[in-house]
Design a protein around this ligand. Sequence first.
Ligand code: CDP
Ligand code: CDP
Length: 237
Amino acid sequence: MQQRHKINVAIDGPAGAGKSTIARLVSKELGYVYIDTGAMYRAVTLKAMEKQIPPNDELKIVELTKQLDIELIATESGQKVIVNGIDLTESIRSNEINKQVSKFAGISKLREILVEKQQQLASSKGVVMDGRDIATHVLPNAEVKIFLTASVEERASRRYKEMLEKTPELTITLEQLKNDISLRDQMDLERTASPLKMAEDAIKVDSTNMTIVEVVQTIKELCIKKMGGDNHVIQNG
Ligand code: CDP
Ligand code: CDP
């Protein structure tokens, strides 16, 4: 049996591609830590909105971000996002945050603070991190880099289904959701500070017609190769 070594796994891609679902499952399979960087940008956005700080007030945003202790805690029911001791797991996923987050995420000084935290969290390896700039900027030396994507129709319909399960009387239509997602993708792709971009050495996985299990299996196999171990080692790991 070969010896395996710890690696870092970067998963980037547009909204609704399945990054967090897949990253969480891959991390579970490997016994790794999952880090949802989008949750960090969402947490700052929520706190800034609470304090009525607009995205163009960079100084105040930076000051606020430095005061936030953002903890990502893995639990049986998923990841909890705790900010200065308060559980914000649900509130950072609201429609209002969806609409505003990319404006705040475009602030390069805010990004510097969060990127430093993300790099610290991954410094001992054994991390699966998802976001927009993980392979290109946060962890350029990650051993496995995945660019996870799917058609915008598929991504909107996945998100819609997910929202319907939580709130059967949805006020938003599938078409509106698709427009919101496209708009956010556009902001993330076009901003100057670390835009969403596939790294040159990343592997593209188009999950439009793939099940969650198939995507997890594909990425897990790539990880196993890089870890220098076999599947048996991982499953018993
Ligand atoms: O889950 P979903 O794909 O909808 O979004 P998310 O991963 O929670 O990220 C929310 C927003 O944060 C994105 O639309 C980006 O504007 C920003 N983000 C970023 O700029 N860089 C990252 N590494 C992660 C998220
Ligand atoms: O994090 P990101 O915004 O990229 O996507 P997500 O929140 O993990 O996934 C959006 C929805 O798509 C979730 O309800 C998943 O269960 C579903 N889904 C998926 O992630 N992958 C597939 N191959 C099929 C569905």
